[in-house]
Design a protein around this ligand. Structure first.
Ligand code: NDP
Length: 247
């Protein structure tokens, strides 16, 4: 039996660690050829590529800071030049600088905006040039894009709220081409960005219904579904995978 994403080409921004790495491995396991981007972690990115290749898949890693528009566009072009097409874009690269809003500097705000929103606009625009019917634009937003239950995430949650409405608006523009646009919104997921053992973890875990952090594979499973053919009638949707944080 052929795999669900056989013949598909996917680009995952920020795929060297955390949620993005899990998405890359899962889409590759489902048959897609994948490209991942990273900024500093060349070794981590290379090890994701090796792991995919060892399992019989195909992958490339591209250094591209999502805050750099030219690099973001170049990553899309490199993916198409390498694999011949682009079917799935996962806008996963993102960052948070947790601290009180009044102590947040303009530079910190700009960094969060540039990666979490501007980078998403740029990569999506570049990807849409190559996408045909069946194409999938998938955002990794956040449960805090809908409800903010803990302090310290004000600019970050504002960018994720923007990602949510960007998803909804864009779905209206590309739907007639058979391209879907969806926003996967994780709750607290154990990664370097949000360690389950960290100081910020206690209040986050406490507001989940399942009373635990999520695993990166639990996000990747939803992304794989949205990337596949079975999600064909889902678009403009905000799909939460948060252990009941926003219940
Ligand atoms: P991590 O910090 O653990 O991993 C981030 C990944 O993105 C790394 O591969 C990193 O590579 C890459 N990256 C970071 N900055 C950039 C950039 N400017 N351009 C390109 N790549 C970049 O993060 P998570 O896996 O936790 O988060 C991934 C996404 O999920 C983010 O959008 C985040 O907002 C979202 N999210 C996370 C939640 C969580 O609890 N963990 C909850 C809700 C949403 P390198 O080190 O080489 O830069």
């Amino acid at each position: 039996m052929s795999k669900k994403l056989e013949g598909k080409i996917a680009l995952i921004t920020g795929g060297s660690r955390g949620i993005g790495a899990a998405i890359a491995k899962r889409l590759a396991a489902d048959g897609a050829k994948v490209a991942i981007t990273y900024t500093k972690g060349a070794d981590a990115a290379a090890s994701v590529v090796k792991e995919i290749e060892r399992a019989g898949g195909k992958a490339i890693a591209i250094q591209a800071d999502a805050a750099d528009a030219d690099a973001g566009k170049a990553a899309v072009e490199k993916t198409v030049a390498t694999f011949g097409r682009l079917d799935v874009l996962v806008n996963n690269a993102g960052t948070a600088i947790p601290k009180a809003f009044e102590e947040t500097t303009l530079e910190e705000m700009d960094r969060v905006l540039d990666i979490n929103i501007r980078g998403v606009f740029v990569a999506t625009q570049a990807a849409l040039k190559h996408m045909t019917a069946g194409g999938r634009i998938i955002m990794i937003g956040s449960a805090v894009g809908e409800r903010v239950q803990t302090p310290g995430l004000v600019p970050y949650s504002a960018t994720k709220g923007a990602v949510k409405i960007f998803t909804q608006g864009l779905s209206r523009e590309v739907g007639s081409r058979g391209i879907t646009v969806n926003n996967v919104q994780p709750g607290p997921i154990d990664t370097d960005l949000n360690p389950a053992a960290g100081e910020w973890a206690v209040p986050q875990k406490a507001v989940t219904a399942l009373n635990r952090y999520g695993h990166v594979d639990e996000v990747a499973a939803l992304v794989a579904f949205v990337a596949g053919a079975e999600s064909s009638y889902i678009t403009g949707a905000n799909l939460t995978v948060d252990g009941g944080m926003n219940a």
